[in-house]
Design a protein around this ligand. Structure first.
Ligand code: NI
Length: 254
């Protein structure tokens, strides 16, 4: 059995309200030894912290997603800071820039990103960064930032890899690596040092083949691990162990 660490999940979302316990039990059955539930706004950050308090193998991050960047008031920032004091909180996120959907004005996105990065450094926590069609701006902001973290569901391609690695960042690999047309992403997986790779589901989104298009769940992180093993020509056990160790190291988990 593989030892899997899902470094980016959203089990607190409503998509699991009907069967959350069954999903969690299935993840245990499939070898998942750790799940990091990631906040996207204040409410889902609170819910992630509550889940982490209930299950010993679950952890939380708190933050406001770029889609909601214009809701990051000073009050919300203060609440995130208070939430982050909980022992289950191991990161700030997900934070970043999304110029693909552009649901918040870009200057508001950049400001919210920078304020939450400052919070992460202040608290000594890594950042979970969402960057979609905004890699130049995201990397420019991160370049001047002294902390570390992960580019989740990495989509910046092979060209940005050296810069990202030089910044000390890790690369989060999710379900799209299993899609037929993801050759660029598989090249990233092939070239990156294994000690910088994390695996994730981003569930309920981005289900890997053979569940593509359906609701995702932490157990399916196994298919991401198997594809990475395939691409690198090494055993899946080795990928599972390395990525679990990487997640624990980055997030300071014993
Ligand atoms: Ni996410």
């Amino acid at each position: 059995m593989l030892t899997l660490f899902d470094s980016h999940a959203h089990l607190q979302f409503a998509q699991y309200d009907e069967d959350r316990q069954a999903v969690i039990a299935r993840s245990r059955d499939w070898g998942v030894i750790g799940i990091l539930n990631v906040g996207a706004d204040l409410e889902s950050s609170r819910a992630a912290v509550a889940l982490a308090a209930r299950y010993e193998f679950m952890f939380a991050s708190v933050g406001v997603h770029p889609h909601d960047a214009d809701k990051l008031s000073s009050d919300v920032l203060a609440e995130l800071r208070a939430l982050a004091a909980d022992s289950g909180v191991v990161a700030i996120g997900e934070i970043g820039l999304d110029y693909y959907r552009d649901l918040a004005p870009r200057d508001a996105q950049r400001r919210a990103f920078e304020r939450q990065l400052a919070l992460a450094v202040d608290l000594g926590l890594p950042a979970i960064v969402h960057s979609r069609d905004a890699h130049r701006d995201a990397l420019t902001i991160l370049d001047e930032w002294p902390g570390t973290g992960v580019l989740h569901s990495y989509s910046a391609g092979p060209d940005a890899l050296t810069e990202v690695l030089d910044m000390g960042f890790s690369i989060g690999i999710s379900g799209p690596v299993t899609y037929p047309r993801a050759d660029e992403l598989r090249r990233v997986v092939e070239c990156a040092p294994i000690d910088r790779l994390l695996v994730e589901t981003d569930c309920p989104y981005l289900a890997p083949v053979p569940y593509r298009g359906r609701r995702n769940e932490p157990a399916y992180v196994r298919y991401v691990v198997e594809m990475i093993a395939d691409v690198r020509g090494i055993p899946a056990e080795e990928v599972a162990e390395a990525t679990a160790a990487n997640a624990r190291r980055l997030f300071g988990i014993r």
